[in-house]
Ligand binder design. Sequence first.
Ligand SMILES: Cc1cc2nc3c(=O)[nH]c(=O)nc-3n(C[C@H](O)[C@H](O)[C@H](O)COP(=O)(O)O)c2cc1C
Length: 172
Amino acid sequence: MTASSARLSPTTPPARFRDSLGRFATGVAVVTFAHGEDGARHGLTVNSFTSVSMEPPLILVSIQRTVRAHALLAGRAFTVNVLGAEQRDLAMHFAGKPNLEPEWADGGHAPRLAEAASWFECTPWTHYDGGDHTLFLGRVERFDHRPGACLGFVDGRFVTIPEPAARSGLGS
Ligand SMILES: Cc1cc2nc3c(=O)[nH]c(=O)nc-3n(C[C@H](O)[C@H](O)[C@H](O)COP(=O)(O)O)c2cc1C
């Protein structure tokens, strides 16, 4: 333990826990889905997207219990849209700061965003208790990607993740 190390206890400032987690750089994605009789489209910005399994193809997002989407996602098809570097406005739009009219594309199972860097259309697989979050696993039914820099998130800030010059694999 260093002088600045901290243990989680009832008196630990949650900010220190959050800031420590924030050192882990992630991409940024929007979970989209439709609900209601009119099939209204909804979205929620997340950085908790994780690949889980190749066979069957499973992915995971962790959703806070207090957000509106939480009550709607169980048993529902959804798409994870990984954002490109130029899509910061979309990230904020779907994080409770509406600022634009998103362009949508129709999916076979769930709606998706028109210009995502990659997308994964999922049918519901299962969900697990994750404390004040719920872990939603989806089975990937359709997916695709495009080239270009991706949007990243680290230390509470958006960053650009440049596309590697060569896309031929690890170490290249
Ligand atoms: C970069 C970024 C990443 C986020 N990641 C998550 C996440 O993984 N899970 C989550 O529940 N909320 C996450 N949020 C917060 C939600 O996007 C936000 O609370 C939600 O859109 C509020 O929706 P509501 O107003 O409909 O309740 C993130 C926000 C940002 C800006």
